[in-house]
Design a protein around this ligand. Structure first.
Ligand SMILES: Cc1cc2nc3c(=O)[nH]c(=O)nc-3n(C[C@H](O)[C@H](O)[C@H](O)COP(=O)(O)OP(=O)(O)OC[C@H]3O[C@@H](n4cnc5c(N)ncnc54)[C@H](O)[C@@H]3O)c2cc1C
Length: 470
């Protein structure tokens, strides 16, 4: 049986670019996916991302991976309209985060995987990885099962878990050794449902399809939001995500409710694709590596927790992981210590943004419609504040405290106090991520204890066991 340098479990948004980079570095690589080849990259998704992420990985690793272009981009985005509950107030947010796009995930994902295979990567489809093979405290391969029930084993120096939110490798390892969580807390998971619909042009069209639409309404989407991402004047990617807190509702049912509220708009529209899936909404796993194994994308909870954006994060984590795996293989040290530079690079860059944003997310999902309405309609938080709070995870509370809007928010003093506490916590988290330990061991365990204390949920809604309300 041949031993691969790298085995990538999952050829999705993170696995495909990781395979591409492994091929360009000349590593003997195998990608295994449970789906048939023609269905890979067909995933329910909002498909919104931005060029920023491709610029980041090029700069960090020198990869020649081309960003989406031509027909792989459905529309170039100019900004986002953010609507208050009941849609009385609309903010227009112009994103600074690179060039935002809606992409055709399928066309793009297929191209990247094909380039990897053309450059020598082996690929097995219709093959479900069932568990890691662990020997002497090190992951040395994977067990897998084909559609016909045949079981197989594959061996590799580094196994990359790119299997998405189910994280088939991570969840089978001993967390007391890996320091990776097995289960996500309910508050850190979101159920999402989305449809792609073409409108009847006589019935409805967007005048400005270059703007994404985000709607907050705790009655329709508790702890989450609803999105309309136009794919042109007469087509939309529309969906909603609901966090698993309180008596959280069934997403499909909520979507039907939304359709009913917008009956005229969707009259005679055609459903092109539909489906639901889950999104992790939390800080990255505290450790992204262990002996012989690396986590990327949703498997490592590498996402932007405030909006579930994981296309860019899975690219960053996937390509960075391979970049450092190649160095570890070269040095013949694929232990946790040998693979650690990947975790550190991810944490001091993306972690320093996404970690703090997870604290903001925990706060926002507990706000009720009245607070959300007041924040926007009384202009207590401005468009720039929303942008700052959702982008680089730095927010200057003192500017806000001096501003007139505090006067407008005088009936919301407890909200302001809570926001101040949240912003302070975000800054502490940012500092911790910027000082992510240089190696595993004692220093890392101290770091992890500090992070866990900082992220311990306090709000009763986040602590009470949730119950799905059908
Ligand atoms: C409804 C919805 C809307 C979203 N909208 C956006 C958005 O607008 N913008 C954005 O940036 N992100 C969005 N996301 C998040 C984004 O889709 C994910 O973060 C991203 O796809 C994660 O990539 P990944 O490679 O980690 O996982 P995936 O893309 O899920 O890929 C995992 C791959 O692993 C394979 N696999 C799984 N288990 C096994 C196994 N046991 N054996 C072999 N193969 C296996 C799967 O078949 C799949 O190909 C959305 C997600 C959802 C659900």
């Amino acid at each position: 049986m041949s031993t691969y340098d790298i085995i990538i479990v999952g050829g999705g948004t993170g696995g495909a670019p990781a395979a591409f980079h492994a091929a360009e570095l000349g590593l003997k690589t195998l990608v295994i996916d449970r789906l048939p080849m023609e269905q890979i990259a067909v995933k329910v998704c909002g498909d919104a991302t931005s060029k920023y992420y491709w610029d980041f990985i090029k700069e960090a690793t020198g990869t020649s991976l081309k960003p989406p272009h031509g027909e792989e981009i459905e529309i170039k985005i100019k900004g986002t309209y953010l609507y208050s509950p009941g849609r009385k107030m609309k903010y227009t947010i112009i994103d600074r985060d690179g060039e935002p796009w809606i992409i055709d995930r399928f066309k793009y994902g297929k191209r990247v995987l094909k380039q990897a295979l053309d450059n020598g990567v082996d690929f097995i489809d219709n093959m479900r990885v069932t568990s890691p093979i662990v020997e002497n405290d090190r992951v040395v391969g994977v067990k897998a099962k084909a559609k016909n029930g045949e079981t197989k084993e594959f061996r590799g120096k580094v196994i990359i878990d790119a299997s998405g939110i189910n994280a088939i490798i991570r969840t089978a390892l001993d967390p007391s050794k890996t320091h990776m969580d097995i289960q996500l807390l309910p508050k850190d998971e979101c159920n999402a449902y989305r449809e792609i619909r073409d409108f009847d042009p006589d019935q409805f069209h967007y005048d400005d399809p270059e703007f994404l639409r985000i709607f907050f309404d705790q009655k329709i989407v508790p702890g989450g939001y609803l999105w309309e991402f136009p794919r042109g004047e007469t087509s939309v990617n529309v969906g909603l995500g609901v966090t698993k807190i309180g008596n959280y509702p069934n997403t499909r049912k909520q979507f039907e409710y939304y359709l009913k509220l917008n009956e005229e708009m969707y009259k005679n529209s055609k459903v092109i694709h539909k489906g639901g899936w889950r999104i992790p909404l939390r800080r990255p796993m505290d450790s992204l590596v262990w002996n012989g194994v690396m986590l990327i994308g949703d498997a490592g909870t590498c996402v932007k927790p405030t909006d579930g954006g994981g296309i860019g994060q899975s690219h960053i984590s996937g390509v960075l992981a391979v970049h450092y795996a190649a160095q570890a293989i070269e040095k013949d040290d694929v232990s946790a210590a040998g693979l650690w530079p990947y975790a550190r690079h991810y944490m001091i860059t993306s972690g320093a943004k996404n970690g703090p944003l997870a604290i903001m997310k925990d706060f926002v999902i507990t706000l009720d419609n009245q607070v959300l309405t007041d924040l926007m309609e009384k202009q207590i938080l401005t468009e720039n504040d929303f942008l700052a709070l959702n982008s680089d995870a730095t927010f200057n509370m003192s500017i806000m405290e001096k501003a007139k809007r505090v006067f407008r928010a005088r009936h919301m003093l407890s909200f302001l106090r809570d926001l101040k506490k949240v912003v302070d916590k975000m800054e502490k988290a940012r500092q911790l991520y910027l000082n992510y330990p240089e190696q595993p061991g004692k220093e890392f365990l101290q770091w992890k204890a500090q992070i866990e204390a900082l992220f311990r949920p306090e709000h009763p809604l986040l602590l009470t066991p949730p119950k799905q309300n059908r």
